[in-house]
Each structure stands twice: as structure tokens, then as C-alpha cells.
Write a protein that binds this ligand. Structure first.
Ligand code: 8IG
Length: 278
């Protein structure tokens, strides 16, 4: 069952969390990691999953349509934390609503997660950030013209829809990540709805707006997580230079290849972050 567009998405997330608890045998999870394209190969570096199932078994999730997004969810223990790992995510460009895009994050928070780590592959807008480098997301530009909070007001017991995003990408979590890897750079992530890549004129516009990274995910999930009171860490892996900055165009296969090459280092970065948290 996919998400009912007329239903309460918060109630749907609680139902998915209940199914997760039932099927995984874990009554709660502490932290969720969403592994975007490029990051899924890093999942094995986090340790052996005690449980893995297709997200579609939890209700509210559509079938994934993107190569490099497997659409499963794992539960594992690392450094004393019960971790929920989503291998793949849902995008606006697949034709899904903002509520469907953020259903995984809402399910994770309903399952108990107070920290949400969002990872993605992104185009680099600065030639100083070469392909293969992970960067901390310091802030974002939501250029999707959408919000996961539009629609009916959140039900009783939830924060109001007017959520403060001053510290969306937690400075506290970024400083912990920097202790693990002091060489990490930071950047502003521009989230567009895609699925086309930018024109060179749009790349120049994004640079002028102060963006360092550009991609097609993350921003709605970050807003939804923050609305629910979770602390958010964002990580982008630069897998290509944005259109017109590198040699030739942007290709999805290059994105997947750069992700596979970086998997061991980004896997140990994530594991190190989890250890430093606990
Ligand atoms: I990976 O260059 C990846 N995702 N919009 N532009 C946009 N999304 C991306 C890009 C890019 N690279």
C-alpha cells in the first residue's frame, strides 16, 4: 500500500513504524541513516544487519525506480546504537508527493530515531571540491517549490507546521563529524526537483545564490525530520562537477561509479561518526 494522498501521513508513519517493530523484533531504533545513490555500497561497512526487508513491506513506500537505489531497510547495532539504514530513497522526480518522499524519515522518527543522517550524491559547483569527496551539508536552498508540511496541519501532539530551520543541519553533529574527519569540507546544498540536470546558465545562477552542491533529494527529508524534532546530519558525496564545469556532460553511470569507488572511505566515515556519537 502506498501513502494515501488524503490520509494523515503522520498516522501512516506510526503504522509503518509498528510494522517495522513487529517484523524486526526491535521495539525501537535510535538513529536512521538514509543512503542515497553513491552511498548504498557503504552499507556493508556499517556491520552485519540483524534484519533486512524491502521498504514496501512497511506500507506507505512506493517501489523504487532508480538504478543504485535498492529500496530495502536494515536494522543493525553499532556502538551501542540501534541503527536503521535505508538503502535508497524516494524522489520527487519519480512522480511522488512530498509526503511520500519523507515517509521513510517520518517512519524512522516514529520508530524512536532522534538523529537522522541524510546522505546523497551531488554535483559539485566549486572546482575546489573534486569528485569523490564527501562534504558536510551546512545548509540548504530548497528550490523544489515544495514542502512536506503543506496540506492539512499536523495533528494534535505534533509541532505546528511553521518550523524553524535556523539550525537545520545541526552544528553540534557537524562538529562531531569534524572530530572524526577534520579534513571534511562543508557546503550549501541546493535541492532541485530534477530529474534533468542543470543548464550551464542554471549552474551559474546556483553559484550566484551561494550553493556549493546541487542535487535532487535531501531537502524535504531534512525539513520533515527537523519538524519532528530530530537532529539532522547531511553528507554529500561529490560524484560529478555540475554541467559546464567539468569535461563534458553529466552521466548517471559516472555518479554510480564514483559512489562505488568512494564506498570504503564513506563507510568508515559513517561508522566513525556513529562511534563518536555514543
Ligand atoms: I549525483 O549535477 C548528482 N545529482 N541537479 N545536478 C543535480 N543533481 C545531481 C547532480 C547534478 N549530480
Amino acid at each position: 500500500m502506498t501513502l494515501d494522498p488524503n490520509g494523515d501521513p503522520f498516522a501512516a508513519a506510526r503504522r509503518s513504524a509498528a510494522l517495522l517493530a513487529e517484523q524486526s523484533g526491535q521495539d525501537r531504533h535510535d538513529l536512521a541513516i538514509v543512503l542515497g545513490s553513491g552511498w548504498a555500497p557503504a552499507a556493508d561497512g556499517l556491520g552485519t544487519a540483524s534484519f533486512e526487508l524491502p521498504v514496501t513491506a512497511l506500507g506507505g513506500f512506493p517501489r523504487p525506480t532508480v538504478a543504485g537505489h535498492t529500496g530495502t531497510v536494515r536494522s543493525l547495532e553499532l556502538a551501542g546504537l540501534r541503527v536503521l539504514v535505508f538503502l535508497g530513497r524516494v524522489h520527487l522526480y519519480e512522480g511522488h508527493s512530498p509526503a511520500t518522499v519523507v515517509h521513510g524519515v517520518r517512519t524512522a522518527v516514529a520508530a524512536g530515531c532522534t538523529t537522522v543522517v541524510l546522505t546523497n550524491a551531488a554535483g559539485g559547483l566549486r572546482v575546489e571540491n573534486p569528485v569523490g569527496r564527501p562534504l558536510l551539508i551546512s545548509d540548504h536552498l530548497n528550490l523544489t517549490a515544495m514542502s512536506p508540511l503543506s496540506g492539512a496541519p499536523p495533528p494534535q501532539g505534533y509541532n505546528p507546521r511553521f518550523v524553524d530551520l535556523t539550525d537545520l543541519y545541526s552544528a553540534r553533529l557537524r562538529s562531531i563529524a569534524l572530530r572524526v574527519d577534520p579534513s571534511l569540507g562543508q557546503g550549501v546544498y541546493a535541492g532541485l526537483s530534477g530529474p534533468h540536470y542543470e543548464t550551464p546558465a542554471e549552474v551559474a545562477m546556483l553559484q550566484g545564490l551561494g550553493a556549493d552542491l546541487v542535487g535532487m533529494s535531501t531537502v524535504l527529508e531534512a525539513i520533515a525530520a527537523r519538524h519532528l524534532g530530530a537532529e539532522v546530519l547531511g553528507l554529500s558525496l561529490v560524484t560529478n562537477l555540475a554541467a559546464g564545469l567539468g569535461h563534458g556532460g553529466v552521466e548517471h553511470a559516472q555518479v554510480v561509479a564514483a559512489g562505488a569507488a568512494a564506498a570504503p572511505s564513506v563507510g568508515s566515515l559513517l561508522a566513525g561518526f556513529l562511534r563518536a556519537l555514543s
